[in-house]
Each structure stands twice: as C-alpha cells, then as structure tokens.
Ligand binder design. Structure first.
Ligand code: SF4
Length: 530
C-alpha cells in the first residue's frame, strides 16, 4: 500500500545499458506509517530478505521501463507472478492508496505498475484504503471521499481498464471485511506489537485496519481461484507484505512437506537425510536404506557449515528409528479446517499412502503435485487455499528541493493536480546534480546520479523511451549537457504530461460515475487519534 508521503532515494552508481539509480548508505528503517527515509536499499536485501529484481528481470515478459531502469529494485517471491504472466496463466496485481492527500508523481509509479500488470494479463485491483485513513490518520469521511475520487480518476486516466479490473473502497467491500475478520482470528496482538510497535495506546480500529490491509492483499484470490498475486509498493510497506504472507500460510488447512521416515524432521535435517539417501540408495529394489545406515553415513561425512546445526539431532532421530527404511514421501499435516477436509484429503491421494493421527504420508506424489492437491481439497472443503502474495519494491523519488519528497512541502513534489504551469515552474526551480559553473560542468560532467531532474526523466518524463533517458544521462555525465537547458526540456515535458493527464482525468469522470464505487459516504465519526 502506498503512503501519501513518499520518502526518497539519493543517487549512487553509474548506469548500465539503461540508466538507473542506486541507493546510497544511510539508515534502514521500515515503518509503514512513518515518513522514514530508506536510503540504503542494499541493507534491505541483507536484513529483510528482499531479493534483487535485476536477477529475475530476464524472466519478466516485456518488462516495464521502471523494471528496466532499476526503479523497481527488489521483490519478494515475484517469480510465480512472472511465470504466470509468461505462460498466460492466472495472476493478479493489487495495490491500495490511502486517500490522505492529492495523488502525485510518486503514486504514479504504483498506478503504472498496476496498469502494466493488467496489460500483461493479470487481474488488476486498485483499492482505496479508506478504513485505514480514518482509523490510522484520523481523516474525516468527507476528506476521504474527495481524495478517493481523485486517486481513482488518475488511475483511470493513466490507463486502468475498469471493465477488466476491479476498483473498490475497503469500507464498502463486505467480502473483504469478512475475510479480514477471518484473518484477525489468526493474528495476535503480540505480533502487531512487535512488527508495528502497537501498544496500549493504539486505537483498536487501527489494529483492525491492519487486518483489513492483510485481507486486501489476499482478496484477489477469493475471485475464481487462488493465484499468484503481486503487490507493488514502496519498501516501507514490506512489514505489511511479510505479515500477509505469514497469514496466508496460517490460514491453510494443510501443511505439505517432504519426509523420509515416520518421525518429524526440520528442513535442514531433511536435507541431511536426503544426502544420505542419495549416497546410499542403489538401483536394487531389495537394497533397502535403513535409518541407522543413514545415521552412520551422516556421522562419518563432512557436511556444509549451514547444516551442522541439524547434524546431532538428525543422527539421534535416525538412530532411534533404527531398522525403519528411509523412503522419500510427502506428508500432509492437517492443521485447520473440518474433519471432512482430512477425510477428503485421504480420499484424493492416489497410490500408496499411510494415514496417521493428523497426517497422511503419500509415496507416489512429488511436492509440487502434493501442494496442488492440498490446495484443491482445501478450496473444495470451505478453505481459501491461499498462495503467499508476492511483492515488488520501487525506489522513492528524491524531492525536487533535494532531500525528501514530502506532501507537506509542495515545492518538493509535483501533484498530478498541479496546474501545468506550476509543474513547469517547480521543475525549473529544482535542485540539480550540476557543478558550480558551466565551465566545470563541461570539464567534469554533471552528477546525474545525484540529480532529482535526471530522476524525473528516468521515472516519468522519458516514459518508455530508454533512448531519451540514456541520452540525458550520458550527455550529462560527459559534460555535454548543461542544467539550464536540461531543466527547460524537463519542465516542458512535465507541463505537457500534466496537461495531458488532467485532460484525461476530465474524460475519466464520466467513466468513474458509471462505475458506482460510492464516492459519497454517509458514514459518521471523528476518526482515530494518531
Ligand atoms: Fe541534472 Fe540535467 Fe544538470 Fe545533469 S544536466 S545535473 S541531469 S539537470
């Protein structure tokens, strides 16, 4: 979900084939309701397990320019979405907007990401996080209505197809609220407290708005079937994504794992057993690998450092199992849901199986087949069968005045509602990465990586034209481009963009009226305290 208060990224390293910006080093904080600056994106990879987008760029069909230019820099588990898009299989994209102010060029990144996924075949969802705005920000319903309309107009003006996609307000989506209630029954105050710092002073509706946001992220999977779903957000929203991924797993009826014998083993223990099994098994069906043989093998063999922690425990378990054969299998644990679902699971498994109290071992399914079967049985028996949502993360834009881009500093950002001339003027007044004198600039080149104007080209003004972004970058760093002319060109492009966008917003009004989204709430109440 995007905040109304985008932080910023400073420039960094030199471009590759397509100009891109990289993060500098400062501090790492992740706070979805704060206005923190996330300056060191590399720390996000190391500390929070966000993966580098560049590594999967080649798997993405027709990547968007924000992907090509490294503006989308990270992801969590995006591969299932990329695979689905490539293979014309079901996928979804969803992001939400907290209507606390006017939409601006930071929000445009997310609008573009939603629309691009829709154009690639994903089911697209744009939502207005009005419950959150009311509970967490204390916004009045009148203010929310006004801003909600404005966000939706910009999303439509930029190309969102409402006939193919879905737009909704949290407050008016009963199905979403039912899901939120179910998720809430599997979420704990203690984890809200540790993730978000909630305490005894946090208002209860704020907590409820968190589970509503979790429900948003899983909502596309209520329609038709569970499917890979991507949530495009800024990295400050990662805690929400992680919690939604956890809850998606917690809601599942069955946990499916690989197993090798009757006892339970952790993932590292299983890896060790697999190694032993591979080493000891032969083509002769009569040559059975026993647990005690595997224990001896593991005891005698050097193992990778990361597996040593599991070595002693797995040897003990294998030794206790003694003569029991080691046989690869998949195990279905029944964790939630009706007994009928467990019975249906037993029925659905084909081939050799063994049924125990609370779990089933199947010997003729691989893990992928087993997971698909578990999801199918769950959905058929009243469960959701959620796939963990994926996410992609974009860099924050630098404020036009240098520092942070902030809604509360009008000169630092460009609202999509700014008068085009005002947009022009803001770009003309922007801070640059230029040198003190034209002479020095010609000699040393400009610092495009530290230039908010270059960012405007890369993130927005060059649009799909990589050639233009590259030309600006190269001419700048080679000293062939001076800031006055460069800003004039950018300012003209910004003016033209705003004129065009605002014209399209006007045209979208009729369409929005027809969509019946309910932009005139009759809700009452003062909203949450901050
Ligand atoms: Fe920025 Fe353009 Fe000046 Fe380079 S020439 S520093 S890109 S304004």
């Amino acid at each position: 979900m995007t905040d109304d208060d985008p932080s910023h990224d400073d420039g960094g390293t030199a471009p590759e084939a397509t100009p891109r910006t990289d993060g500098g080093v400062d501090e790492t904080t992740i706070d979805p309701w704060g206005s923190s600056t996330i300056a060191d994106y590399r720390k996000l990879f190391e500390e929070f397990g966000i993966e580098e987008f560049e590594e999967i760029l080649g798997d993405v069909p027709n990547p968007h320019y924000l992907m090509r230019r490294g503006v989308i820099f990270g992801h969590r588990d995006y591969s299932p979405v990329a695979d689905a898009l490539r293979n014309d299989e079901p996928a979804a994209v969803l992001s939400g907007f907290m209507p606390t102010g006017d939409p601006h060029i930071g929000h445009k990144l997310v609008f573009d990401e939603i629309i691009w996924h829709q154009q690639q075949g994903a089911d697209a969802y744009g939502l207005i996080a009005d419950l959150e705005a009311h509970a967490a920000r204390g916004m009045s319903w009148d203010e929310i209505d006004e801003h909600a309309e404005s966000y939706l107009l910009s999303l439509l003006a930029l190309g969102f197809d409402p006939e193919e996609g879905t737009l909704y307000r949290q407050s008016q989506n009963r199905e979403l609220q039912d899901l939120s209630f179910e998720l809430g029954s599997n979420a704990r105050f203690s984890e809200f407290s540790s993730i978000y710092g909630f305490d005894g002073e946090t208002n209860v509706s704020h907590m409820q708005s968190v589970v509503t946001q979790m429900a948003d992220m899983l909502y596309p999977q209520l329609v038709d079937e569970p499917k890979p779903t991507v949530i495009p957000v800024g990295p400050d929203q990662d805690p929400h994504v992680r919690l939604a991924r956890d809850l998606a797993v917690r809601m599942r009826f069955f946990k499916v794992t690989e197993a090798y014998a009757s006892f339970e083993a952790g993932s590292k223990e299983r890896e060790l057993i697999q190694l032993a099994y591979n080493a000891l098994s032969t083509d002769d069906d009569n040559d059975v690998v026993r647990c005690e043989d595997a224990a001896d093998w593991i005891e005698d063999m050097p193992v990778a450092d990361r597996l040593t922690v599991a070595r002693a425990t797995v040897i003990e378990k294998l030794s206790e199992a003694g003569m029991e054969p080691v046989r690869p299998r998949v195990r279905f644990f029944h964790r939630h849901g009706p007994e009928a679902a467990f019975e249906a699971m037993i029925e659905a498994i084909e081939g050799e199986k063994r049924v125990y109290e609370g779990h089933i071992d199947a010997f003729e399914l691989d893990l992928e087949e087993a997971e698909a079967l578990a999801r199918e049985v769950e959905v058929d028996n009243g469960g959701y069968g959620f796939i963990q949502p994926s996410s992609i993360y974009h860099r924050f834009m630098t404020g036009l005045t240098g520092g942070k881009m902030s809604s509360s500093i009008p000169a630092s950002h460009i609202s999509l509602l700014d008068d085009p001339q005002e947009g022009y003027d803001k770009v003309k007044s922007a801070t640059t990465g230029g040198r003190e004198t034209a002479e020095k600039q010609r000699e040393l080149g400009g610092e495009a990586d530290d230039c908010p104007v270059y960012e405007l080209y890369a993130y927005l003004l060059a649009n799909d034209d990589d050639g233009l972004a590259q030309e600006v970058y190269q001419e700048c760093v080679d000293g062939e481009r001076l800031c006055g002319g460069c800003k004039e060109q950018a300012a003209e492009l910004m003016k033209a963009f705003l004129e065009d966008h605002q014209e399209k917003r006007e045209e979208a009004k009729e369409l929005l009226d027809e969509l019946d989204i309910g932009l005139d709430s009759d809700r009452r109440g003062p909203g949450g305290s901050h």
